[in-house]
Write a protein that binds this ligand. Structure first.
Ligand SMILES: [Zn+2]
Length: 98
């Protein structure tokens, strides 16, 4: 469903569904920030309490890990949110016309 790393394709190659509705906005980013933040901060705390390594070890460990986790999770999260948006027919709020 992607034509680039995070760019959504125009149509589904399998069923020809138009992806015009697809707009997850900041959705994937906020979930990933919360989840990766929890993982990295709690891991850093445990490592500090158990091993008390010098600070440069922390910098080497948690910087790249944060980047890798975020990049690895962005695509799957965006895919899931797009699927949920489609399934629940989520769209911008509109005033009812009567
Ligand atoms: Zn399809």
């Amino acid at each position: 469903m992607f034509s680039g790393f995070l760019t959504v394709a125009a149509r589904c190659p399998a069923c020809d569904l138009d992806y015009d509705f697809a707009d997850t906005g900041d959705g994937p980013a906020i979930f990933i920030m919360l989840i990766v933040g929890l993982i990295v901060v709690s891991s850093a705390l445990v490592v500090e309490v158990v091993y008390q390594p010098p600070y440069w070890i922390h910098a080497i460990l948690w910087g790249p890990l944060t980047l890798l986790l975020c990049l690895a999770m962005l695509r799957p999260f965006k895919g899931v949110l797009l699927a949920l948006q489609y399934y629940h027919k989520a769209e911008e709020g509109r005033l009812a016309k009567d």
